[in-house]
Ligand binder design. Sequence first.
Ligand code: GDP
Ligand code: ZN
Length: 460
Amino acid sequence: MLEDTIAAISTPLGEGGIGIVRISGTEALKVSKKIFKAKSVNLKELKSHKMIYGHVYDDLAGEVVDEALFCYMKAPHSYTREDIVEINCHGGIVPLRKTLELVLKEGVRLAGPGEFSKRAFLNGRLDLAQAESIIDLIRSKTETGLKLAVSQLKGDLSKKIYEIQDKLLGILAQVEVNIDFPEEDLEEATSKDIICAGEVLVEQIKILIDGAEAGIIYRDGIRAAIIGKPNVGKSSLLNALLKEKRAIVTDVPGTTRDVIEEIINIRGIPLRIIDTAGLRETEDLVEKIGVERTREAAERADLVLTVLDASEELSRQDLDVLALAEEKKCLVVINKIDLKDRKIDKEVLKEHAGTRPVIWVSAEHGTGLSELENLIADLALCGKINTSDGFMVTNIRHKAALEKASFHLNEAIASIKKMVPVDIVAIDLRDAWEALGEITGASVSEDLIDRIFSDFCVGK
Ligand code: GDP
Ligand code: ZN
C-alpha cells in the first residue's frame, strides 16, 4: 500500500499568494518532471532541496498552466521519508486544481486526509505522539497550546515514555529469568528490588497523568457560559473579554436571542464562551428558545459566569439564574460597578452565592477584568498545576493509555507482594509496556492509526 505515489493540494483552498501541490512516493520525481518545465536547470541533474523556477505545463493542450517553483526532496530527507516534490503555484483554486489534475493524470493517487503524516509515521520519521502533535499544532488556539504541541513534536513526551518503557523492560527481564524455575518463588531481595523499581515508575506515570488534566484544558479549552437576566451586561462582558465587538450589544431587554460562541485566550487557556439570551420565563416564543438554550448552555458548560447588575436590587429572575448554576464551577460577576447607585443587597447576595467566588467588575470601563481572567484561569485549572518536566500530556488518548499502564503496573506490584507466580506478574508488566506503546504507536491497531490520521486535513 505504501508503494503508490500520492498527491494533494497542501495549502488551504482559496485565494492566496502561493499554493502548494505536494507529491510523495517513488514516482514523485518522474511524474512531476512531465508537467514542469524549467529553462535554466537541467531536470536530469536536479539537486535535492533546491528551488527551481519554471512553468507547469499541460502537454496535451500545449499550454502553460502556471508559473511556479519546484522543489525536490530526495528520500529519506523529506517529511514522509519518501521522494517528495512540492510545486509552489500561485494560490488560486484553478491553477492548483489544474496542476493537481495533471499529476493525477499520470497515475498518481489523490492522498486521503493526513496521509502524508501517516506515511511519516509508518516510515518511522515520527512516532504516533509526534504525528498527533502536528494536528494540535495546526489547531492550537493559544501560544501555550502551540508550545505544548511543539514540545510533543520534538519528542519530549515520547522520550519520557521510552524511558519508562525501558525501565519496565528491565523489571520484566528480572522477573522473566525466574519464569523457568516456577517451583521457586522470587528471592526476597529480588522481590524488594522489583517492587521498589515498579513503584518509582508508578509515581512517574502519576505525575504525567496529573499534568494531563491541565494539559487537556490547554489544548482543548473549556466551555464557559455567560448567563444572567436581560440587560445585566452579558454581551458587554463578552465583548470586553474579546476586546472586539462581535456580539450584539443593546439596551433593549432580551435582544441577544441567538447563542454565539467565541474563543477567548485567558492566560493561555482557550475559553469557549457561549453568550446566551437573557434568562427569564416568558410567553414570547422566540425568547423562550433563548431561555431554554441558556439552561442547556449552562448545563453543557464547564464554567458558568453568572452576571448580576450592581445597580439593581436582586430580583426573582436573578435568584433563578443563580440557582441554575449552583452545582457548576461557577463565578458570580457583579457588573456595572461604575454606576454610583448600587442597589444590590450584599447580604442577600452572600446568601444566594454560597461558596461561589464573587467578583465586581465594570464591563464598560474594564474594571476588574484582569482579576476576572485570573479567577477564570484558576477555576478552570482547579489548581492542577503542571508538575512534569516542562511538558504536559494534552491528549485524552494518551492519558487513558497512561492510566491503563499504571493499572497493570500496580497489579504486577500487588502480585509480587502476594507471591503470585511470576508468569502472572510478567503478563501485567507486558500489558503495562504495551499500554505505553499505544502512546508512541509501538503497539497500536491499524484501525486506531486510521482513525487518528483521518482526523487530519487533506494535504497534511
Ligand atoms: P445583556 O442583555 O445582558 O447582554 O446586556 P448588554 O451587554 O446588552 O448590556 C445592557 C446595557 O447595559 C447596555 O446599555 C450596556 O451599555 C449597559 N452596560 C453593560 N455593562 C455596563 C457597565 O459595566 N456599566 C454600565 N454603566 N453600563 C453597562
Ligand atoms: Zn446580550
